[in-house]
Design a protein around this ligand. Structure first.
Ligand code: NAD
Length: 258
């Protein structure tokens, strides 16, 4: 980790909530926000979170569960300045694969979940003078990936919501941005690899798909989230930051052999 970045206390005094903060990108984000001085709470469906963080057990697909958990978090933190909407699940298949029920279930978590948590936090965010929301979208929102129709649709929706939310909340002083990670080395990807017939070959193929030749680290995504959440990005709203090793925009070619 970059010590200069982590010694910075630029988020001191700020209060943050990270959904999906018990694992992967969310957990890395919790750590980075804490290192930079923020007080951080986690909202997650997992049974427990990491030590030393405020943990609220909730399912983002249940409005009642979200409202109760956000209420607990606001009482403990005494308000809210930063919301990171990171909780999400995957789905595989082409357009004919997933049942209607699966479409509804994945949208309920990945898309409506963002709306549920955000609206429960809005009054608190509006009273902050340094309010920021960061949504975790995906490279799948902007690039056609095989066998990811449903998942891509949810992440495209998150990206579109980010822009619309940014427009609505600008007058309230709440900035809204997104990160679009490429394939990131988290327990989610480990679970996918475990199911592959040849996990090493699958991992190598995923790494090779990204122009920088490796998986993105969860810390790299967390640092991008922390940047967008920080008051130092006060003029940045309604946009997204790709953290994808160049996958969205670069067209590289193999180095010619001598
Ligand atoms: P992960 O599985 O390691 O973590 C996801 C977290 O979300 C878990 O702690 C899980 O318990 C929580 N969660 C899942 N469903 C929930 C629900 N209904 N209510 C509350 N919490 C719930 O996955 P990750 O790789 O860290 O992914 C985090 C986010 O990043 C997701 O939104 C995912 O779409 C996005 N993303 C991941 C990658 C990647 O390659 N790993 C790439 C782009 C975007």
């Amino acid at each position: 980790m970059n010590n200069a970045l982590n010694e910075s206390q630029e988020l001191a005094g700020l209060r943050a909530l990270v959904t999906g903060g018990a694992s992967g990108i969310g957990l890395a984000t919790v750590r980075v926000l804490e290192q930079r001085g923020a007080s951080v709470a986690i909202l997650d469906i997992a049974e427990q979170g990491p030590e030393a963080s405020i943990f609220a057990h909730a399912d983002v697909s249940s409005d009642e569960s979200v409202r109760r958990a956000v209420g607990e978090v606001l009482a403990k933190l005494g308000g809210l300045d930063i919301l990171v909407n990171c909780a999400g699940i995957g789905a595989q298949g082409d357009v004919s694969t997933n049942s209607d029920q699966e479409w509804h279930e994945v949208f309920d978590i990945n898309v409506v979940g963002v709306a549920r948590v955000t609206r429960a936090c809005l009054d608190a965010l509006r009273t902050s003078s340094r309010a920021a929301i960061v949504n975790v979208s995906s490279i799948a929102a902007t690039v056609g990936l095989p066998d990811r129709v449903l998942y891509s649709a949810t992440k495209g929706a998150v990206l579109a919501m980010t822009m619309a939310m940014a427009a609505d909340l600008l007058p309230d002083g709440v900035r809204v941005n997104a990160v679009n990670p490429g394939t990131t080395d988290t327990p989610w990807i480990s679970r996918l690899l475990d199911r592959a017939t040849d996990p090493d070959a699958e991992r190598a193929a995923l790494a090779a798909r990204q122009p920088h030749g490796r998986l993105v680290s969860s810390d790299e995504v967390a640092w991008a989230i922390a940047y967008l959440a920080s008051p130092s990005s006060g003029s940045t709203t309604g946009t997204y930051l790709a953290v994808d090793g160049g996958m969205q925009r670069l067209r590289t070619r193999p180095t010619p052999s001598a």
